[in-house]
Write a protein that binds this ligand. Structure first.
Ligand code: DAK
Length: 262
């Protein structure tokens, strides 16, 4: 692959969008390679993914403006669909994805970070949806996911004004969960990913599905989704070893339960 680096270290995998000369902007090839990378993740061993950008300046500076500038209406729609399909694949990946935002996250960059479960960023990170200044609307889910993440009023303000915000403001409005010095970002992302990966994998997957699916329906249906996914955890080895360890005599308890799945 030319533009995606993939590294699996035990249960934690890191995907790096690697097109630093264009500040990791998303062209069709990057989107295709990302799509293939997501398909190839070994979900039997990997329990958490980190998504980041190459270099120390940019996470993703948006969709590739050069490529988009000459698109016809039909091609623009096809490009939007390609991006949306990949972003949705990321969002619905059965395991959690942490966006480690290491610089610019503009347009499609902000949008791809919002397709991840959790966002943390470096102090030099900058977020924004500058599309209306380019004569387009956010096209990779920005109008939908930003409103769901930071609330309707703040999302409308950011999208209508096309104003970029720095890391501290992104933290204040709840767009990111934490801000770290650049040199600590990946270490902190890996620490969080390892903590997630140590927990019961079926339960973690079911939590992701319950939260994501539950947010799309009314509360009565959402509770039913939760009940089903809660029930699914029973009779699994994870549930037996997790509860077994809690109930075991003190001298037999282990600090970290070696969860195995199934
Ligand atoms: N696309 C292509 N190239 C980009 C790029 C981008 N988004 N962002 C940066 N680059 C390239 C620059 O052209 C430059 O290339 P060379 O000239 O060196 O060849 C190189 O990266 C370094 O950039 P700068 O020289 O500009 O670096 P600076 O530090 O001066 O400025 C910047 C950094 C991030 C502030 C600036 O590059 C910038 O404003 N970039 C554009 C940011 C932006 O507006 N992003 C949003 C793009 S719109 C849709 C689906 C999706 C979308 C829309 C529709 N449909 C449904 C069809 C998504 C839209 C977007 O994401």
């Amino acid at each position: 692959m030319d533009f995606i680096l993939y590294e699996a270290d035990g249960a934690v995998a890191t995907i790096t969008i690697n097109r630093p000369k264009a500040l990791n902007a998303l062209n069709s090839q990057v989107l295709d390679e990302l799509d293939q990378t997501l398909d190839a993740i070994d979900l039997d061993t990997v329990r958490c993914v980190i998504l980041t950008g190459a270099g120390d300046k940019s996470f993703v500076a948006g969709a590739d403006i050069g490529e988009m500038s000459t698109l016809t209406k039909a091609e623009g729609e096809a490009f939007g669909k390609k991006g949306n399909d990949v972003f949705r694949k990321l969002e619905t990946l059965p395991i959690p994805v942490i966006a480690a935002v290491n610089g610019f996250a503009l347009g499609g960059g902000c949008e791809i970070s919002m397709s991840c479960d959790i966002r943390i960023c470096s102090e030099n990170a900058m977020f924004g949806q500058p599309e209306v200044g380019l004569g387009i609307t956010p096209g990779f889910g920005g109008t939908q996911r930003l409103a769901r993440t930071v609330g309707v009023g703040m999302a409308k303000q950011l999208i209508y004004t096309a104003r970029n915000i720095k890391a501290d403001e992104a933290y204040r409005i709840g767009l990111v969960n934490a801000v770290y010095p650049q040199e600590e970002l990946m270490e902190q992302a890996k620490k969080m990913a390892s903590t997630i990966a140590k927990n019961a994998p079926i339960a973690v997957r079911n939590c992701k599905k319950a939260i994501n699916d539950g947010l799309q329906v009314d509360i009565d249906q959402a509770i039913v989704i939760e009940e089903k996914l809660f029930g699914d955890c029973f009779e699994t080895e994870d549930q037996k070893s997790g509860m077994g360890n809690f109930l075991a005599p003190k001298e037999q308890k282990v600090k970290v339960v070696p969860f195995k799945n199934c």
